[in-house]
Design a protein around this ligand. Sequence first.
Ligand code: TMP
Length: 255
Amino acid sequence: MNRRRRIYEGKAKILYEGPEPGTLVQHFKDDATAFNARKKEVIDGKGVLNNRICEHIYTHLNEIGIPTHFIRRLNMREQLIREVEIIPLEIVVRNVAAGSLAKRLGLEEGTTLPRSIIEFYYKSDELEDPLVTEEHITAFGWASPQELDDIMALAVRVNDFMAGLFLGVGIRLVDFKMECGRLWENDLMRVVVADEISPDSCRLWDLRTNEKLDKDRFRRDMGGLLEAYQEVARRLGIMPEQDRPVVSGPTLVQS
Ligand code: TMP
């Protein structure tokens, strides 16, 4: 597998050349990083869980007509994706105040926001992903006004889908980060959801207890990251093959 040409290595994933032109293989590593990789750890099995959870989300997004780069899962750690040109933005959608928003505006973590809020961060390790506005994005040409409209429409649809998906299994979608890419089909270009969506890039709180089921467990030294990701996978009705004695559907939680 790993004799394929490596195209790019990020903090949590590696991209390899795909089997056909226009495709890539996205490999999920076990590396966990935070604070621009100043904090780093290897968490055995994280990549396997994120691969499965991401597959679950992107398969459903594709099914309901929200375009993504995802084609299919190949194995425990890898998925086949379409090659896209990544738009250099982290698109964060927030439903509940937490993390940097809570800090920046002095809000108590857990406060429900008056409405869902979309934020943009410019992807730059050197600059530590600064918060930017639509003005910066269009003035510097990171995305055109039309692309930005498409990105915001995608972000709202992904948020609505994911909030419902997680609510159905007793989890509150506090916020999440997504990335978009330009996909060319002949001469036509469209913006699609790219990269990954997993507990690494979301805040997921148990609906009843507010227990954190996401990467904040690592960022905040709480421990139990793998168990939390396993719990998310279990509730969604997906588990890595080796841990899956019976195939079960999602667990409905009564509120
Ligand atoms: P923040 O509150 O730290 O700005 O994070 C907002 C959301 O974005 C949260 O769900 C975690 C996710 N996120 C990433 O996926 N990558 C990052 O580098 C950061 C800072 C946040």
